[in-house]
Design a binder for this molecule. Structure first.
Ligand code: ZN
Length: 215
């Protein structure tokens, strides 16, 4: 692939998908990486940090360093007091429990970038246009049937192109290879299906579920 998988611009660097702020150290060997332009590689990094911190705070219901479980997020909080203030202001506690107001445009941009990266890496199929659907939310907020659907890898009527990652996984002897790809157990998994429609689903921290489709 000679072009940035996010915008179709010139390839200037390689971008890890998922970005490392969503993973804990030690990182898994051979992290997926895709060609990207410098602009796409750099412009979203603040949003990615916000996204990773928001997920952790929402998951534990707190912004306090004692409650945060991911060491990386604790470190980010020490270095970014402004982000802590922002997330503290986003937190509400009522009789129904704790919730966080989400800066949805930022979340959407990060999820779309992840989806585009996974599709390019797995299916050799850059998707520069807008997706048909994009949804993000905690797994536990999904009704049971929706959750069951979300967890089930879609049936693909297209056989993958020779040489694509999906083809390698298709012929792989690893029994789990047709469905979810586990990047880091408990922290990040995804699936990509050639469809149609092309589908990417992502689970982060076994808390947040993301689904993107392109017709
Ligand atoms: Zn780009």
């Amino acid at each position: 692939m000679a072009f940035c998988v996010y915008c179709g611009g010139p390839t200037e660097t390689r971008d890890h998908v998922p970005s490392r702020v969503l993973l804990d150290e030690p990182y898994p060997p051979q992290l997926p990486a895709v060609p990207a332009c410098k602009l796409c590689n750099e412009t979203l990094s603040k949003d990615e940090v916000y996204f990773a911190c928001l997920i952790e705070c929402a998951r534990v219901g707190s912004v306090s360093a004692q409650a945060i479980q991911r060491e990386k997020i604790r470190r980010i909080f020490q270095e970014s007091p402004a982000l802590v203030v922002r997330l503290t202001q986003a937190r509400t506690e009522t009789d129904n429990g704790i919730s966080f107001a989400v800066e949805y445009e930022r979340v959407k941009k990060v999820v779309l970038k992840l989806g585009r990266g996974h599709v390019a890496f797995e299916l050799n199929e850059p998707k520069h246009h807008e997706p048909h659907t994009l949804s993000v939310g905690p797994l536990m907020c999904m009704p049971e049937d929706v959750y069951g659907y979300f967890e089930t890898p879609p049936h693909s009527s297209i056989w993958p192109e020779v040489g694509s990652r999906a083809m390698q996984r298709f012929v792989s002897l690893n029994p789990g290879s047709a469905g979810w790809i586990i990047v880091q157990p408990g922290q990040y998994r995804y699936l990509a299906s050639a469809g149609p429609p092309v589908v990417v689903r992502i689970v982060i921290s076994e808390y947040l579920g993301c689904a993107i489709t392109w017709n």
